[in-house]
Design a protein around this ligand. Structure first.
Ligand code: IMP
Ligand code: MG
Length: 180
């Protein structure tokens, strides 16, 4: 499918993201100070840049794992039906887990993933999302930590894609369609 032409306008700078992550890492450090080894679970693929920066700010013993849930595909709309495409390698029963997501939009993905992981009886399961679009929520879900709350815009960069493009932008930008 040919892509409609678009421009990207910066919404959150790389510097602002870095500063926010420093402060989130301090709060997460306080929460998990007593942990033996925190399992930090990144949701593929959108969280890969965020988790890389976040774990390097955490002054805690961590194990890093990944889980992939079905997503938008190449569209701009949530599929709503969430499936697990790639499961964890780590056994999480009795352990402390932090799930790292790029964006909470309708809420379907994180609400499904947390219910799924809770069946494995972790000692503690917390969630963090870099971005939150509260106006788009369809199911009641609130992440324990949020980087930035944003309006209903389609965003890209810092790991987040539009039809598999723009993940490598160092900042968060919003997509603006232009006429051709
Ligand atoms: P939810 O299940 O609707 O909360 O959707 C969460 C997922 O949708 C995120 O993990 C993203 O992969 C994707 N998503 C939501 N909003 C955007 C966006 O603005 N740009 C790119 N992906 C998005
Ligand atoms: Mg995603």
């Amino acid at each position: 499918m040919p892509q409609r032409p678009y421009m990207i306008d910066q919404l959150i700078s790389a510097k602002a993201i870095a500063a926010r992550i420093e402060s989130l890492a301090r709060e997460i450090g306080d929460e998990f100070r007593d942990t033996d080894k925190l399992v930090v679970v990144g949701l593929l693929r959108g969280s890969f840049v965020f988790i890389a920066d976040l774990v390097r700010e955490l002054d805690l013993p961590v194990e890093v794992d990944f889980l992939e849930a079905s997503s938008y595909g190449d569209a701009m709309e949530s599929s709503r039906e969430v499936r697990i495409l790639k499961d964890l390698r780590a056994a999480i029963e009795g352990r402390d887990v932090l799930v790292v997501e790029d964006i909470v939009d309708t809420g379907h993905t994180l609400s499904h993933v947390t219910r799924y992981l809770m069946t494995r009886k972790p000692a503690r399961l917390k969630t963090i999302a870099l971005l939150d679009k509260p106006s788009r929520r369809e199911v009641d879900f609130t992440a324990d930590w949020i980087g930035f709350s944003i309006p209903d815009e389609f965003v890209v960069g810092y790991g987040i894609d539009f039809a598999q493009r723009n993940r490598n932008l160092p900042f968060i930008g919003k997509v603006r369609f232009t006429e051709d």
